[in-house]
Design a protein. Structure first.
Length: 249
């Protein structure tokens, strides 16, 4: 199904028949993707005395309790409340859910003992394009990302000036296939997060960072229409399901 929509000053044709889900599902398993030094998520049937509320145990329904951390256990979308004393909820501050996005693929650069995404790489990939959202796929891009245990791996991160460049370019929603836009151990500086949300100035409350995505290799770089679906948690972060739709020229 092809839909024609008016988006800002452009008329876009969107292929709604081929949604491209770039989220990582959450599973109660040690092979669930993980970071930040905590155990795997748990999904367990509620127990009342000796009764297990599960159809397989004779109950009429399945009635599970889920224990997880949105930042550590899968695709999640966060707002500035992630780094502020004041409480800001992503559910309260994200009010639009469709955006023009660019998918780019980046080979991280060596930077001392680290690997980083640099300003020059983003400048080259984006050029003069005007987008509201940016989806970053890092390489190598293998299915191991779906179950990677990231704690103590010193993952790739974005340099502060690279994020400042994105802000100046008008990027309001940043999506990346890593646990964080910042270095795993940075002494709490959080330079990339702070740059993105303009931490020392007027906060960009309606802007979001989505981490732990997975962009399959079959998804080409280029322009897409993004549906950023979130669960309505009143929290700084929530599990999310970003879905891409190809823009047909």
């Amino acid at each position: 199904m092809i839909a024609t929509i008016q988006y800002n000053s452009r008329k876009l044709k969107i292929d709604l028949s081929n949604p491209l889900d770039i989220s990582i599902p959450l599973r109660a398993s040690k092979s669930n993707v993980n970071a930040w030094y905590i155990d795997e998520p748990k999904i367990e049937a509620v127990k009342f005395d000796d009764d297990v509320i599960s159809v397989s145990e004779g109950a009429a329904v399945n009635f599970n309790t889920i224990q997880f951390n949105p930042h550590a256990h899968g695709t999640h979308t966060e707002c500035v409340g992630h780094i502020t004393k004041n409480v800001y909820s992503v559910n309260e501050n994200l009010k639009q859910f469709f955006f023009l996005a660019e998918v780019i693929t980046v080979a991280p650069e060596e930077f001392g003992d680290d690997t980083i995404i640099s300003k020059s790489q983003l400048q080259f990939a984006l050029g003069n394009k005007k987008r509201d959202a940016l989806v970053i796929r890092t390489i190598p891009n293998t299915k191991e990302k779906l179950s990677q245990q990231y704690s103590n791996t010193n993952w790739t991160y974005l340099k502060e000036d690279a994020v400042t460049f994105l802000v100046k370019k008008g990027i309001k929603h940043l999506l990346i296939d890593l646990p964080s836009v910042d270095r795993e151990e940075d002494g709490g500086e959080l330079k990339a997060h702070k740059a993105f949300w303009n931490y020392t100035g007027k906060l960009r409350k309606d802007c979001t960072i989505t981490e732990f995505i997975f962009v399959p290799n079959a998804v080409n770089d280029g322009e897409y229409f993004l549906n950023l679906q979130i669960a309505p948690f009143e929290n700084d972060a929530t599990p999310s399901k970003p879905v891409l739709y190809k823009v047909i020229e």
